[in-house]
Write a protein that binds this ligand. Structure first.
Ligand SMILES: *Cc1c(COP(=O)(O)O)cnc(C)c1O
Length: 396
């Protein structure tokens, strides 16, 4: 079957450049960069070049990049670093917001148990936080503000440059930019953030590798103890093949932004238009201020899981949007935060495109989703009640 993959917010297919960059370091370039001999030093050289390239791709300095095992680790390290540095000064208040990724939310929960006071700001119906909200929440004892660049479920892009500006000189600002890096133009100096997380597998690089940008003058805490790798801030023999591949993937992704954005945006908007034709459906996230490849819709009277399985049977690989971990049937915290009631939040569909998708794919997805939603609604007693007026529609 010809599969249509539209789950790029979950992970992406590696680009040819990323695979090609990796191979030599799985074969002859297997050295440990800490070794003094030639094979080791060749690996050290590759590591340095990759660090330089990644720094350049986000407007950072080579000394400001710390490699990690991915976005989750970068988020953990950023939050723990800021918390530890601030705790020494007696600052115990952390500001974030409700639609963050669990790598942030669960780390904040842990910090809360250690005595930090975490304040999660509400978002508006589009999933946005304003700089004014952040400004009003900052206190004398605020240690850190962490607000994501773009949301992984609903695609809303946050005003992080303006948020960074209200934090400047007062409090550290970290942004989880995992969904944004390689997809929209980003420059750490332009943003004015102190720390930024990124992950290779979200921009056509390999899984299990990422980076934390830490502004010069700040020192991240070491959360993995051992050797002196990453300037003593993150122990463990470096994932050279992964890091080199991440650098190649990021360089290519950034270069392709101008060419890909109009194509992706056109397909995204056509999907939104087509799917909005389904009665009692609603777009989740901002209409215009969203990632170029991201669509998220709710359809009343259906279960997202059934929709996904039936779409999969038609060759469409999509997502409900919630990183619904094993056994959890809780609706997405993001959809609840933007005001969707439980029963509606359960009927969500996230489609995240890549440059491999075509306008033909888009038309097939629209047609298939219409068929599947209609089929599921016809079987649903709740839908029956809605139609007979025994229940009120939540989505008009
Ligand atoms: C995917 C993702 C992460 C986690 O990154 P991993 O590399 O999978 O650990 C963190 N934050 C956001 C916004 C993400 O989309």
């Amino acid at each position: 079957m010809n599969r249509i993959y539209v789950d790029n917010a979950a992970t992406t297919k590696m680009s040819k450049a990323a695979v090609a960059a990796m191979l030599p370091y799985l074969e002859e370039g297997y050295g440990n960069p800490s070794s003094l001999h030639t094979v080791g030093q060749q690996a050290a050289e590759a590591l340095f070049k990759a660090r330089q390239s990644i720094a350049e791709s986000i407007g950072a300095d080579v000394k400001e990049i710390y490699f990690t095992s991915g976005g989750s680790e970068a988020d953990n390290q950023a939050l723990i670093s800021a918390a530890e540095a601030s705790a020494r000064k007696g600052k115990k208040h952390i500001i974030s917001q409700k639609t963050e990724h669990h790598a942030i939310l669960h780390t904040l929960k842990k910090l809360e148990k250690q005595g930090f006071e975490v304040e999660l700001l509400d978002v508006d119906g589009d999933g946005n936080v304003t700089p004014e909200q952040v400004r009003d929440a900052i206190r004398e004892d605020t240690a850190l503000v962490t607000i994501m660049t773009a949301n992984n479920e609903i695609g809303t892009i946050m005003p992080i440059k303006e948020i960074a500006a209200v934090c400047k000189g007062k409090v550290l600002f970290h942004t989880d930019a995992v969904q944004a890096v390689g997809h929209i133009p980003l420059d750490v100096h332009d943003i004015g953030c102190d720390m930024l997380s990124l992950s290779a597998h979200k921009f056509h690089g390999p899984k299990g590798v990422g980076a934390l940008y830490v502004r010069k003058g700040l020192m991240p805490s070491c959360i993995i103890e051992g050797g002196a790798q990453e300037r003593g801030r993150r122990a463990g023999t470096e994932n050279i093949a992964g890091i080199v591949s991440m650098a190649a993937a990021l360089k290519e992704a950034v270069e392709k932004i101008p060419e890909n954005t109009p194509k992706l945006t056109a397909m995204r908007d056509r999907l939104i238009e087509g799917l909005s034709g389904i009665p009692h459906s609603i777009l989740n996230g901002s209409k215009n201020n969203r990632l170029p490849a991201s669509v998220n819709m709710c359809f009343e009277g259906i279960e997202g899981e059934s929709l996904l399985l039936l779409l999969d049977a038609k060759g469409i690989c999509a997502s409900s949007g919630s990183a619904c971990t094993s056994g959890s049937l809780d609706p997405s915290h993001v959809l609840l935060a933007i005001g969707r009631p439980h029963e509606v939040a359960h009927g969500s569909l996230r489609l995240s495109l890549s440059e491999e998708n075509t306008p033909e794919d888009v038309e097939f997805i629209i047609k298939s989703t219409k068929e599947v939603v209609e089929y599921l609604r016809n079987m649903s007693p709740i839908w029956q009640d809605l139609q007979e007026g025994k229940r009120k529609y939540v989505i008009q």
